[in-house]
Write a protein that binds this ligand. Structure first.
Ligand SMILES: Cc1ncc(COP(=O)(O)O)c(C=O)c1O
Length: 396
């Protein structure tokens, strides 16, 4: 008999019982005061998590819907914009701009590397807006949004940030000067999928009023009108809003700083354990994400994902795009804590052994993770020095 799988995906994440039971609240009128109460409550708490005083818009749909809401309302046809690309989701963000007729200057970096800020400085004078992904889920790095926003503000540019998978890493929308932040219910916020959330600065709202509307579902004017009444233009995913209210309440009780610190420790412990098992981080270790870890496993990633799930009940993901076979991605966001990290590393170690990837040292990864949790400095294993008997040399 097998119990419930442990969800360690880069989204959706494990949803705690109290949040699941909030979802089973019987339906009520989304045009009544009861919904407005939930709306206001979620809005206030989202502002705290993202450190923003901006207006919050709820778009029923997944994270992609949130990105499309932001782009369709903030970019005019033929407008020249700078979009940073360094992974699967930033490629999608770029394509969203193109779909709405923007003229995109693409600022590309290798997958796994950070944003090319120098190149941005060189083109910032030519564009009216800059956009990037905060936490690149395909490569497990956090991008330097603060640096991007600083240069953008020097040139008077609007900034759009996809923060769909970044909640759990420190994020300071107002402090950094970001104009539009997109996130979604099913990742760091700890609720099921179904609701995208977009926060806009006053500057962004002013611009959105003037942009020709090319979508009915995402029409900003309608969202703005209904937001004044704590409501949405179309029927929202009421159950997901109830779940979000409960999961955000948990974050409020933990405290946003503590919530982020827990993510930092979980990520450090997981990385220490994985490196001790001889794996290498896929992306720049200096930019390692606290919500998603991507590890190199050339040609073996799918087999490891399958073994971890089928033999040990731990759900993790393989790579995306050209790295489908070569990268293992582990999500550690939402309610993740020491027991989840230990179980994941145990399943990883057993799977590596079973697949003949690592013969010895069973338990060493878990031990390194526990050292992080106990506050002891982890044993130094440098990323970039694979300890396999058959080294994997993977070109990015
Ligand atoms: C950074 C990022 N942006 C956008 C998306 C798209 O979100 P969704 O699949 O909810 O539409 C994802 C999904 O994983 C993501 O990680």
């Amino acid at each position: 008999m097998r119990g419930q799988d442990l969800v360690m995906l880069p989204g959706p994440v494990n949803v705690t019982h109290d949040v699941l039971s909030a979802m089973s609240t019987p339906m009520f009128n989304h045009r009544g005061e009861k919904f407005s109460v939930v709306y206001r409550s979620v809005k206030q708490k989202v502002r705290k998590v993202l450190r923003s005083s901006g207006e919050v818009y709820f778009v029923t749909g997944s994270g992609t819907a949130g990105n499309e809401f932001a782009v369709s309302n903030l970019v005019a046809p033929k407008e020249k914009v700078a979009v940073f690309t360094n992974g699967f989701f930033s490629d999608r963000l770029r394509d969203t701009f193109r779909a709405y007729g923007a003229e995109v200057i693409e600022i590309a970096s290798q997958w796994g590397a950070g944003l090319d800020i120098e190149r941005f400085e060189a083109v910032a004078g030519e564009v009216s807006l800059a956009a990037a992904v905060f936490n690149e889920t395909s490569t497990g790095i956090v991008n330097q949004i603060r640096d991007m926003a600083k240069i953008a503000s020097q040139h008077g540019l609007l900034t759009i940030v996809d923060n769909v998978s970044g909640v759990g890493n420190r994020y300071d929308m107002d402090g950094w000067g970001v104009d539009a932040t997109v996130t979604a219910s099913q990742k760091g916020l700890g609720a099921p999928p179904g609701m995208a959330i977009v926060v806009l600065s006053d500057r962004a709202r002013e611009k959105a009023k003037k942009i020709p509307k090319r979508s009915y579902y995402f029409n900003f004017d309608l969202f703005e009108k209904y937001a004044q009444e704590d409501s949405t233009p179309a029927t929202p995913a009421i159950s997901v809003m109830c779940a979000l209210d409960a999961s955000l309440q948990n974050i409020m009780e933990e405290g946003v700083d503590n919530f982020e610190e827990r993510h930092r420790v979980s990520a450090s412990a997981l990385r220490a354990g994985a490196l001790r098992c001889g794996l290498e981080l896929f992306g720049d270790p200096e930019l390692a994400s606290n919500t998603v870890t991507a590890l190199k496993l050339p040609g073996k990633a799918r087999a490891v994902v399958k073994t971890m799930l089928e033999r040990y009940g731990v759900a993790v993901s393989a790579g995306l795009g050209k790295y489908r076979e070569d990268v293992l991605r582990i999500g550690h966001m939402g309610s993740v804590d020491v027991k989840d990290i230990v179980a994941t590393l145990s399943a990883l170690e057993l799977s590596l052994k079973e697949l003949g990837i690592r013969a010895d040292g069973l338990g060493e990864g878990v031990s390194s993770a526990l050292q992080v949790y106990s506050g002891a400095p982890p044993e130094k294993v440098k990323s970039g020095e694979p300890q396999f008997s058959h080294p994997f040399n993977m070109k990015r």
